[in-house]
Ligand binder design. Structure first.
Ligand code: F0G
Length: 481
């Protein structure tokens, strides 16, 4: 929640109490240098023991509520017919409005099942923007991913409240070009992860639905951050100022033929699900489920996580929960902008993002500026962010790098985990880094997996810049900081 202070400033205030904590330590700069060298300048390859703040992702790292933990104690581990599934089914009906629900072990498992059912060579899947695992699954199944966002969606400094909107004229053009029967589905991602957690508007989803329906094309919504997208609609879209998050989510869902989500985000657990009102889709999904995930009543999830997801679905439509990380991210972005850090605006869901091409203009995309910035910030702070740029794009069929539209260093703000002091600290270290940015150089791959290389690939710092940056940091702050 945002409260107004007597001096007029807005303060994001926590609507929960901290009752269990996990200790963290600030490893000295020498340890950080050794760790990032060993990790191949890839923050995914760092270990928790070498981190101060883990801002890699909000996936599976949100603080759970007391009610979620309590629900885990009463789960039903039956292989088939477990009662936990039926409780989930009831929550899916109540919160999302769907009769059928298919659990899966996480979001990409849901994408895999969708690819199995909808994707064929020669077809296209228009969407507001791709996500890494989404694109991998759909394109491996032969469907071309087409991004049809509006003008200005890729401008990092912007006041466009809905950069996640689909351009309707482009959607019509794609349907014309491919023919409606070759458009597998239209996909909307509720807050487009890779362009900075940017939401779409209700009006846009409604119109996308109308166009798709006219051509008998299904609409699929990725609901991983549905509660944040709903919160942004409430904050930014005329007519929704006083509508509850629950009602906004329900309306969004009424425009979807099929939804899926990574339950690791809005619902604060480790799992995933698909839901629909179409018995045909349900039967098709159900047929593949035992092959890849598990029996229909658990789908690869632990029954404890199913119980917690049931509670998480109901909690995510509480305004205080839906706003918990979005308001802190807004504060984070405001602080960055105030101090001259090129942050992505408007603030989105899941993370604060820094435009690495503006932060490190001397590093060409071929030397991965966003990866370099994530590694440099870790060295300067012990905070681990994530590269969302060219490293996160796999090579084309000729083995060439595919330059990403944006080079972002993402600093995730998991729900209810970090405080304003943590955010202020990270902003301060970004300020220090900006003043020393000439010391940061590019990166080069030395070990590169063929698919989703960003997860485990290894790189080196060109001209050994890591050591020079660590030396400059030590000179200003000493070894222990
Ligand atoms: N869709 C979106 C929009 C996501 O952000 C993610 C995961 C997935 C699908 C895949 O779900 O991880 O449960 O298999 N995003 C994580 C992140 C990995 O860090 O942003 P998953």
């Amino acid at each position: 929640m945002i409260v107004k202070l007597s001096n007029g400033r807005e303060l994001p205030i926590e609507m929960h109490k901290v009752r269990i904590v996990q200790k963290t330590t600030l490893p000295p700069v020498g340890q950080r240098l050794q760790a990032i060298e060993e990790a191949g300048y890839n923050t995914f390859m760092l270990r928790t023991r070498d981190l101060f703040l883990d801002m890699l992702t909000d996936s599976g790292t949100n603080a759970m509520s007391d009610n979620q933990l309590a629900a885990m104690m009463v789960s039903d581990d039956a292989y088939a017919g477990g009662e936990s599934y039926y409780k989930l089914l009831a929550a899916v009906k109540e919160i999302l409005g769907f009769d059928y629900c298919v659990p899966a072990h996480q979001g990409r498992a849901a994408e895999h099942l969708i690819a199995k059912i909808f994707c064929r060579p020669g077809t296209a899947a228009p969407m507001n923007y791709h996500f890494t695992t989404t694109k991998a699954h759909f394109e491996m199944a032969g469907t071309k991913v087409l991004e049809i966002f509006g003008d200005g969606a890729l401008e990092t400094e912007s006041d466009n409240p809905f950069k996640g909107n689909i351009d309707l004229a482009k959607l019509e053009a794609v349907i014309d070009e491919y023919g409606a029967d070759k458009v597998a589905f239209v996909r909307m991602e509720a807050t487009t992860n890779l362009i900075g957690g940017q939401p779409f508007s209700m009006a846009n989803l409604r119109e996308v639905r109308q166009v798709a329906q006219r051509h008998h094309i299904p609409v699929i919504v990725d609901c991983s951050l549905i509660s944040e997208n709903a919160y942004f609609i409430r904050r930014r879209e005329k007519g929704y100022e006083n509508v509850s998050i629950a009602a906004i989510v329900k309306e969004m869902m009424s425009y979807a033929d099929l939804i899926y989500l990574s339950g690791r985000k809005s619902t604060c657990v480790r799992g995933g699900l698909l839901a629909t009102n179409d018995p045909k889709y349900f039967e098709q999904l159900k047929a593949w489920l035992p092959v890849y995930e598990g029996f229909i009543t658990y789908g690869g999830m632990s029954s404890k996580e199913i119980e917690a997801m049931t509670v998480g679905l109901r909690e995510m439509v509480d305004l205080d929960v839906a706003s918990s990380s979005a308001d802190l991210i807004q504060y984070f972005v405001d602080q960055m902008v105030e101090k001259g850090i090129p942050a992505v605006t408007p603030a989105g869901g899941l993370a604060g993002h820094v435009d690495a091409m503006k932060f490190l203009p001397h590093i060409p995309q071929s030397q991965y500026p966003a990866g370099a910035l994530a590694a440099a910030l870790y060295l300067a702070s012990g905070a681990r962010g994530m590269e969302r740029g060219t490293i996160s794009m796999d090579r084309d069929e000729h083995g060439n790098d595919v330059p990403s539209d944006l080079e972002l260093c993402r600093l995730a703000v998991p729900r209810r985990v970090y405080s304003i002091a943590h955010i202020d600290y990270v902003v301060d270290r970004l300020v220090w880094l900006l003043a020393h940015r000439d010391l940061v150089g590019g990166l080069k791959f030395i070990q590169e997996p063929p698919v989703l290389r960003f997860f485990t690939g290894k790189l080196v710092a060109l001209d050994g810049w890591g050591q020079k940056l660590a030396d400059a940091f030590r000179a200003d702050f000493g070894e222990r900081m």
